[in-house]
Structure formats: structure tokens, C-alpha cells
Design a binder for this molecule. Sequence first.
Ligand SMILES: [Zn+2]
Length: 279
Amino acid sequence: MRPSFKYRLYPNKTQQQVIENTLEHCRLLYNRLLAERKEAYEKSGQSMSYVAQAKRFPARKAAIPGIHSVHSQVLQDDYAVFSCEVAIVSLPPSEAMMGGDLGIKHPSDGERFDHPQSLGKAERKLKRLQRAVSRQKKGSRRRKKAVRRLAKAQERVANQRRVAAHQIARHLVHSYGLIAFEDLTAQRLLKNHHLAKDIADAGWHQLVQVTTFKAERAGRRVVLRDPRFTSQDCSTPHCTYRRTDLTLVDRVWQGPHCGVWHDRDRNAAQNLPQRALVG
Ligand SMILES: [Zn+2]
């Protein structure tokens, strides 16, 4: 397995210049070599080999002028990405199953994962800072300051979200052999877009991604299942009853066939891994 690890770099001014120069030269060289290959192919119909291009390299090197016009984006965000060979350390097999609904409040075994509290607070703060930016005149110093403050807060929220996703994912992968998540893409098309929902979805997708990644390395399974009717379908094994008149008010209901009482959310969460076993 070959995962990549991405780290943000914080170079100082001198380092920035060195990085920027290096990248710029690489870019120019790459474009030049590519153009050469294209030209050669158009002229003779033959593709140029690496060796042929490498042979002419010393002469070319002498001719490359040092160009210092560099895109500012290269400067702003420098990342180092390490691609590493990693051995899979499988966890012992587990029969435990878990179904996660949005908000991951009631996984099937009754555990609760609450959204980190600070996120709601942080999101309200983001809105406030957003308004502060739009209040200031464009190009003004105050606006620049407000933009900086907003960017900082955005980064903090993103970090909190990422940390929370990793913590929950680690716990899930360690506790369950089979983890079933709602496949939100199936439902998305049916629903209107709400900002709050988009935010929740972004967190959700990150959690699914991180869990899938960790599960792969631990030899555990993550599946996505269509969440429709998970609330209405009776989760008692082999019972096929679907309660079509279930409303949002019904927090608890009894299956008329099997007689089992269901907590609405827990029933839904139980249905997900059961569907995973079937399909
Ligand atoms: Zn039933």
C-alpha cells in the first residue's frame, strides 16, 4: 500500500525564494521538453525518448536564463507530499457491525458520537466574520484585516473538523469489522440544498473518506448503502415490515409483525449494516 502524507510548509522569505525559483525552472523546463516532444512527433510521427532529450541536456542547461517571474500562488501554499510504502497491519477479525447515520448520533450499538460542540460555535463565528468583511469598503485596510481574520477562523474550523473525523474514524475502525455509512449521493438529488446541510455533508464525506482510508489499512470493511426507508423498515432480522406512515414525530414505534419496539434512530442505524450484509 502506498498512501501519501501531506504537510503544509511554512518557509521563511529566503526559503520561499529558493522554492519558487526551483519550481519555476522546473515548470519552464517541463514545458520546453513537452513542446519538443510534440514538435518531433508532428514532424516525424515518432515520439522522442527520454534518453534523446537527456543527451542534449548539458547544452540546454547553459542556455536557460534565470527567470524570476513567478506565480504568487506557488508562494502562498507550499506543501510537501511524501508517498510512502506502508505495511498493512490488520486488526483481528471482528463480527461487530456499525451503521452511521448523518450526525452519527446513534450507531447501531448505542454509542453516541456528538458533533464537536465547538464546531457549532465556530460556525457562528465564521458567519459573523463573513459579515464583518462585507461591511468594509473594498480595497480598504480594514477589509484586508477582516479577510485575514476570516481566513484564520476558516482554517481553525477545517482543522477541528479534520481532527474530529480522524478521532471518530479511528474509534470506528478499531471497534467494528463492518462499518456501513449512508450513501448520501443517493439522497442528495431528492432534496433541496441548504447551507447547513451542505456543511454537515462536507463533514460527513470527510468522515467517510478518513474511515475508508483507515479501514483499508486495518483490513476492515466500509460500505455505503442507500439510506432510503432505513427509518421505516423494521430492523428485526428476517422481518420485512415497512412502516409507510411513520412521521418525524414517531421517535419510538412497534413493529406489528414481530412485536419489537424500535427507537427510530437506532432502528435506522441497524438497517444499514444489515443491508450491507445482503448486498
Ligand atoms: Zn418487525
